[in-house]
Design a protein around this ligand. Structure first.
Ligand SMILES: [Mg+2]
Length: 169
């Protein structure tokens, strides 16, 4: 059974530094959009988050925008701003959510991390696919369901790093 503990947790994506990713051996980031990079329903991205994406991209990190959002326009707008490959309505946490990523990038599981704000989509996908899961605090605290979701996620919102034998399950 895949228990969706994240491997590490952060206040927001800007705390996930290049050094941190190097230490984890991560070369490819599969980035969630809503609640992770910007608030759901908003088109504004914080300047420090935009800078974080730009700096990592310039440093050679492969970044893929992997969103469950059902509006291709919304996901495309962010992807095009940074020149990122992207998928909308990805179907996380189903393993097939990574089909398009695999076709386009062929990432290695050992060097890939899913970054997101939700346990039962982003972190569960990471565990199911055997890649690193990096959890951030959700920006969606303006949504009516936010507290309910946190309640359901609470038992899993603590980091469980990969086992020393290299197993990531
Ligand atoms: Mg999200």
């Amino acid at each position: 059974m895949n228990i969706p503990f994240p491997h590490k947790t952060y206040p927001d994506v800007t705390h996930i530094t290049r050094q941190e990713l190097d230490a984890l051996g991560v070369r490819t980031l599969l980035l969630d959009l809503d609640g992770t990079l910007m608030r759901s329903g908003s088109t504004d991205m914080r300047a420090d988050i935009a800078e974080w994406i730009a700096e990592l991209t310039e440093a050679g990190m492969v970044i893929y925008l992997l969103s469950n959002n059902r509006s291709p326009e919304r996901v495309r707008a962010v992807a095009e701003r940074f020149g990122l490959p992207w998928t909308w309505h990805a179907g996380k946490p189903r393993r097939s959510a990574l089909d398009a990523v695999r076709r386009e990038l062929a990432p290695e599981a050992c060097c890939t991390a899913v970054v997101g704000d939700q346990i039962f989509t982003d972190m569960l996908l990471a565990r199911r696919c055997g890649v690193t899961g990096l959890l951030v605090e959700s920006m969606d605290d303006h949504r009516w369901y936010y507290r309910l979701r946190l309640l359901a996620e609470r038992p899993f919102r603590r980091a469980r790093p990969p086992k020393k034998d290299g197993g990531r399950k």
